[in-house]
Design a protein around this ligand. Structure first.
Ligand code: NAD
Length: 271
């Protein structure tokens, strides 16, 4: 990836949770390409975080690394404190960290439920709250961006598509929808924009097991009218636009970037 001539996010700091792999790494690179200084958060994959930082620097961008478990309040607060100490403030939060721990509903343990809700939903609450507190503390900087702050939640097509065998995950993403909309409603008077991206199937470690064999990949493609599995850059491009002033009138909405997965493809020739 190369630096974009537009530089829509120049002089802005973007914190990306879970930027050591997959979509988070892709979004971190897209935001850096558009001029943002990126805070690469990771949980346990330090090597992955170093790789993201190195790739950003190789294209001429700027990044720092901060470790934190997004499900732990004190670690999230420390992550924002370190960010403000090192970079002055934050303008953009990408609430990306997420995981799956799948089980049939009858077998799902409370531990599996709590683990997924803790990272995917509580983690987004904690990071959004700290980001919003920093946006309000810092106040508007219209010379840098029309909005005082931007929060982008990584949701999923499963904020609207039920998912048997993944009840904890689908519940976390459904929860993110109203978390995002309620925060957007509450923070709009502060000129803080809050939106979600709902990816479909993007080739990352989280779903590698669903793409193991050509047969599995073919079966996955039947769910995607556009006929290809997405790449992290597909989501990074949406995030960079959504964080920029080009999207200044967009708040409280989910943009599905899913090759049409939410179009009920099973009905395409079944009417
Ligand atoms: P991934 O496994 O590569 O990335 C998940 C990231 O979350 C990793 O970097 C991981 O370290 C981080 N993470 C996990 N637990 C954490 C914790 N406690 N604290 C901080 N970070 C933690 O998978 P991905 O596909 O890149 O997933 C990124 C986001 O995109 C997730 O929220 C996922 O639900 C969402 N998503 C992915 C797809 C897809 O098809 N890949 C589709 C829809 C939504």
């Amino acid at each position: 990836m190369a630096l974009s001539p537009k530089q829509r996010l120049r002089n802005q700091v973007a914190l990306v949770t879970g930027a050591s792999s997959g979509i988070g790494a892709g979004v971190a690179k897209s935001l850096a390409a558009d001029g943002a200084t990126v805070v690469v958060n990771y949980h346990s994959d330090e090597e992955g975080a170093n790789k993201t930082k190195q790739e950003i620097e190789e294209m001429g961008g700027k990044a720092i690394i901060v470790q934190a478990d997004v499900s732990k309040e004190e670690e999230v607060q420390s992550m924002f404190k370190q960010t403000v100490e090192q970079l002055g403030t934050v303008h953009i939060l990408i609430n990306n960290s997420g995981l799956q721990d799948d089980a049939k509903f009858l077998d799902m343990t409370l531990e599996q439920w709590n683990k997924v809700i803790g990272v995917n939903l509580t983690g987004q609450f904690l990071c959004a709250r700290e980001a919003a507190r920093e946006f309000v503390r810092r106040g508007p900087q219209p010379e840098i961006s029309k909005a005082t702050g931007k929060i982008i939640c990584m949701s999923s097509v499963h904020e609207v598509i039920p998912w048997a065998g993944h009840v904890n995950y689908a519940s976390s993403k459904g929860g993110i929808m109203l978390l995002m909309k309620s925060i957007a409603q509450e923070l709009a008077p502060h000129k803080i924009r809050v939106n979600s991206i709902g990816p479909g199937a993007i080739a990352t470690p989280i779903n590698a097991s669903a793409r193991d064999t050509p047969e599995e990949e073919k079966s996955l493609l039947t769910l995607i009218p556009y006929g290809r599995i997405g790449e992290p850059k597909d989501i990074g491009d949406v995030a960079a636009w959504l964080a920029s002033d080009e999207a200044d009138y967009v708040t409280g909405t989910t943009i599905f970037a899913d090759g049409g997965m939410t179009l009920y493809p099973g009905f395409a020739d079944n009417g």
